[in-house]
Write a protein that binds this ligand. Structure first.
Ligand SMILES: [Zn+2]
Ligand SMILES: [Zn+2]
Length: 362
């Protein structure tokens, strides 16, 4: 068994059955697992999962205040923009391309901190990054933490049921986990502290980090647009935090093969390029599975990539020192190869015609 086979805490229903097929838990089993893993009174090692949903819950009052007290055309537009574009793009820039794939490097710690805190802090880095390595290693097979074939709920509640790190890692494997997170700059537990808390993240640092981040942004939004704007954008962040959990299910075709010829070139898994997540957050997911370490995923002219524009801009001003960009490689590997294949097919079709003509003349 490799490190990525055991780094995540297996759900009580297991990843696969005795035939090696994916276990598809019933909604009852999924909810049972979900609530048992949120129970911090049963086991304090559940604290990080609890925190994930507590932050969402803490944003619910803002959502209702926004809907019933501060709803206007202006605040609605601001909330839409913040939720879809700002939060979405930041998820791609920070959690996806930096924390997991290390697709670019910051010049210094200041720019890393700046980018990390560019929006409301909601998803702990550890929950996203470690499990996302497993997702790439096992896409659409048993053990994939958000295997779309497991169904909507299987993916929607994955941050609690399938993404937390294993609570019984050996010291050696825990060190490997620490290594995966090293470049992110989150201060992590020692092995002894991990045995107590079950996580890489330190509870106090994490909670204080969130409180400071939220206070800063509430103050900043208030100064820009008063209480209505602050409430609208906090509501928008909550809306995003729930909505983003649907992405992994849809980004892999909802458990079906939705890959399209000439759009989704990667055939190794069920990931697809979708217009909406692509346009608002640069998540051209099939392209991304082709070149996971690329700081750009929008390769074709219509595939706008706001996350890439940020990274490129940061590079231009010197905040990002290096990045990988696989656009040229994509054109070389797929579009040119595709065009040559087409030409070859056309040539093959022409040959018999020419031969027939010659035969007729004879
Ligand atoms: Zn994927
Ligand atoms: Zn990825």
């Amino acid at each position: 068994m490799s490190f990525l086979d055991t780094v995540l805490q297996p759900p009580s229903y297991g990843w696969q059955d005795s035939n090696g097929d994916l276990v598809k838990p019933s909604p009852k089993q999924i909810f049972g697992e979900f609530f048992s893993r949120l129970n911090v009174f049963k086991d304090k090692k559940n604290w990080l999962s609890f925190l994930c949903w507590f932050t969402v819950l803490a944003l619910v009052p803002f959502f209702f205040l926004f809907l019933f007290k501060y709803l206007s055309v202006k605040t609605l537009l601001a909330a839409f923009f913040y939720s879809m574009i700002v939060m979405g793009t930041h998820g791609t820039i920070w959690h996806h391309r930096y924390c997991t794939h290390n697709a670019y490097q910051f010049r210094n710690k200041f720019w890393r901190f700046f980018t990390q805190n560019l929006t409301l802090k909601i998803i702990p880095e550890e929950i996203y990054a470690v499990s996302h390595h497993v997702h790439h290693a096992k896409s659409d097979t048993p053990g994939d933490p958000y295997n779309a074939q497991g169904g909507f709920l299987y993916c929607f509640l994955a941050d609690v049921n399938h993404q937390p790190i294993n609570k019984n890692l050996s010291e050696k494997d825990y060190a490997k986990c620490v290594n995966l997170m090293k470049h992110i700059g989150v201060s992590v537990n020692t092995y002894e502290q991990y045995q107590k808390w079950g996580s890489l993240a330190k509870p106090l640092n994490t909670i204080v980090g969130i409180i400071l981040n939220w206070s800063f942004w509430f103050g900043a939004f208030y100064l820009i647009g008063g209480i209505p704007l602050a409430v609208a954008l906090f509501a928008a962040a909550g809306f995003w935090a729930v909505g983003v959990r649907t992405f992994n299910y849809e980004g892999h075709g909802k458990g079906e093969d939705k890959r399209r010829e000439g759009v989704d070139y990667n055939r190794d898994d069920m990931s697809i390029n979708q217009i909406w997540p692509g346009i608002v957050a640069g998540e051209w997911h099939n392209n991304h599975h082709l070149y996971p370490k690329s700081a750009r995923s929008g390769f074709k002219p219509y595939q706008v990539d706001s996350a890439w524009y940020y990274i490129k801009f940061m590079h231009t001003i010197g905040a990002v020192s290096t990045y990988h960009d696989s656009k040229k490689q994509f054109y070389k590997d797929y579009l040119k190869a595709h065009a040559t294949e087409k030409e070859a097919t056309v040539a093959e079709l022409r040959v018999p015609k020419a031969t027939t003509l010659v035969a007729e003349r004879i």
